[in-house]
Design a protein around this ligand. Sequence first.
Ligand SMILES: C[S@@+](CC[C@H](N)C(=O)[O-])C[C@H]1O[C@@H](n2cnc3c(N)ncnc32)[C@H](O)[C@@H]1O
Length: 237
Amino acid sequence: MRIDILTIFPRMFEAVLNESILKRAQKKGLLKIYVHNIRDYSLDKHKKIDDRPFGGGPGMVMRTEPIFRAIEQIKSKLSAKGGFAHGGKTKKPKIILLSPQGEGLNQTLAKKLSKNKHLILLCGHYEGIDERVKKRLVDSEISIGDYVLTGGELPAMVLIDAVARLIPGVLGRKESLTDETFQDNLLEYPQYTRPAIFKGMKVPTVLLSGNHKKIKEWRRQQAIRLTKQRRPELLEE
Ligand SMILES: C[S@@+](CC[C@H](N)C(=O)[O-])C[C@H]1O[C@@H](n2cnc3c(N)ncnc32)[C@H](O)[C@@H]1O
């Protein structure tokens, strides 16, 4: 998968993209991430990327021109290279605006996004971006929760992390997608590791029994118990 990120704070991504599983996925060639500074695409002599809102009011709005130029350039560079082939056809990138007004990100949406060959993530700031960018360029708006953050960079990182680990081959032997929270609409069962007794607290005996059938049953019961207790609406779904 290729991901292009459009941001006015490219340095925010350095640590997150260059550690752990995301770093390894890029090394393995399963993920290609390009971070673009929107300012570099501004034709303004001061590289201005925002302006006051029409109609007045507080704050600043991100301007259309640098964002349109950035996306046009990414697309034209890509089509010069032949684009991404997908089932014999060239696939258009999916352009996502991170926005508190968007569709909520959840595991189902992350799975859907992980099937894309190319995502372009647009990070807003200040009061957000000019509505015409949304109308003409953006395919979908995604929110990471019902709260307002200062910018779209943290949401973009959250989305990348949630999506990248679902790309086949990204997770290694030490990580696993099986039995995890939200699979089958259940929360994951409690996990334990060595030592078997710590400060008087014992690991449930069944987990030490070696009886795989019993362990499986116990884990399923625990997953249902936890889900009923904490997220009953998942069971209803
Ligand atoms: C301060 S917010 C703008 C909020 C906007 N004025 C509003 O009331 O809807 C600046 C930027 O942060 C990002 N952002 C803030 N909260 C977010 C959330 N919960 N999910 C995704 N992006 C978010 C968006 O890119 C947004 O354009």
